[in-house]
Design a protein around this ligand. Structure first.
Ligand code: IPM
Ligand code: MG
Length: 379
């Protein structure tokens, strides 16, 4: 028992240190003042290298002038592969972590997340480790279905909740397993503020918090009450809250769902709800996401590495749109708003209007490379 209590004490100390870190955080990166922005490109596992290569090709085209002048530098980062992580027994191998930190922004392909029973050691997810190590506290995930009036922006808290100690649960004895979920004042305030600031900047009228505060009373209760209190600073924006179960249902309610605009939610609910939302948009393969911190930002697909597509020899048919949507967010984040809008426009045109070629994930559709050529021809 003493050993278990001492482990719990260590976990609390770790969280205290994280809170102190958040309290002393400096001003966020200002890309407009930087003479040089390094974009790290990290292929990942499975279909990752295929779709990342295509998205990087589009980004390189869009930023050709800036790359020529040296303001933008593309840096390839090798080694964030499951084989390398397994060999080192680390979620992010040391050399890779140093390289990631040498870049301000990162375009990252999906990485395989080991689980018990896999041929790999059950190391922590590379995504989760990177989000924590670079303090990428906001997972920003847009979902749009224009012809159904759906225009949602999810602000998923990305460094706390069920994830922060997700690999540090305790097996108390043969019968009892214990996991932890963490909500902090600072961690919740910063994600809530980002959601409200986004709403204010873009003229959105409503922010919705999603929790299960009726049951998970302490941590979700804290998350909800902080969101509520921050909403007081934004009187022009309507604030409401829903529980995750009914929210998952309401996303399917065609009469109500287009009323939702901005959602702010703890890590695990954000993980689940954004997959559901992306499915309505055409599948997780169409959805990109931004992982934003004060110092670093990482842009990725919302889906996994689809090893089955590789083993079935279909990796070249994987949909690069998730990584292209992530690239739109990357461009926006570093201040290339016009280029971001141009890419988004070309994608919308190809995906929703002209639809001259289609991606199906199989040989009856075009390859990811061909799809990117199609989009480039419409830029
Ligand atoms: C996501 C993914 C990750 C997560 C996995 C790969 C650990 O599902 O980015 O949504 O759960 O956050
Ligand atoms: Mg997910």
């Amino acid at each position: 028992m003493r050993e278990i209590l001492s482990k719990i004490q260590d976990l609390i100390e770790e969280q205290r240190a994280r809170v102190e870190g958040m309290k002393s955080q400096g001003a966020p990166a200002d890309y407009s003042k930087m003479d040089r922005i390094v974009i790290g490109v990290c292929g990942g596992d499975g279909i990752g290298p295929y779709i990342t290569e295509q998205a990087a090709r589009v980004l390189e085209r869009l930023l050709a002038e800036e790359a020529a002048s040296g303001r933008i530098v593309f840096r390839n980062i090798e080694g964030l592969t499951i084989e390398n992580r397994a060999a080192q027994g680390k979620a992010i191998p040391d050399g890779v972590m140093d390289e990631l930190k040498s870049c301000g922004v990162i375009l990252k392909g999906p990485t395989t997340t080991p689980r018990a029973g896999d041929p790999w050691p059950n190391v922590e997810s590379a995504n989760v480790a990177m989000r924590k190590a670079l303090d990428l506290y906001a997972n920003v995930r847009p979902v749009k279905v224009p012809d159904q009036g759906i225009d949602w922006m999810f602000f998923r808290e990305n460094t706390e909740g069920a994830y922060t100690l997700g690999s540090k649960g305790l097996n108390i004895d043969g019968d009892i397993a214990l996991d932890f979920t963490v909500t902090t004042t600072q961690g919740t305030e910063r994600i809530a503020r980002l959601a409200f600031e986004y709403a204010r900047k873009t003229g959105k009228k409503r922010v919705t918090a999603v929790t299960k505060a009726n049951v998970v009373k302490t941590t979700d209760g804290k998350f909800l009450s902080i969101c509520k209190s921050i909403s007081g600073e934004y009187p022009e924006i309507e604030f409401d809250d829903w529980y995750i179960d009914i929210m998952a249902a309401k996303l399917l309610d065609v009469k109500r769902r287009s009323d939702f605009q901005v959602m702010v939610l703890p890590n695990l609910y954000g993980d689940i709800l954004t997959d559901e939302a992306a499915e309505l948009q055409g599948g997780v393969g169409t959805a990109g996401s931004a992982n934003i911190g004060g110092k670093y930002a990482m842009f990725e697909a919302i889906h996994g590495s689809a090893p089955r597509m590789v083993s079935e020899g279909r990796a070249q048919y994987a949909d690069p749109c998730s990584m292209l949507r992530a690239s739109v967010m990357l461009l926006e984040h570093i201040g290339f708003t016009d280029k971001a809008a141009a890419l988004a426009r070309a994608m919308d045109y190809c995906m929703f209007t002209e639809k001259r070629v289609r991606i199906t994930g199989r040989a009856d559709g075009v390859t990811g490379r061909e799809y990117c050529d199609y989009i480039l021809s419409n830029l």
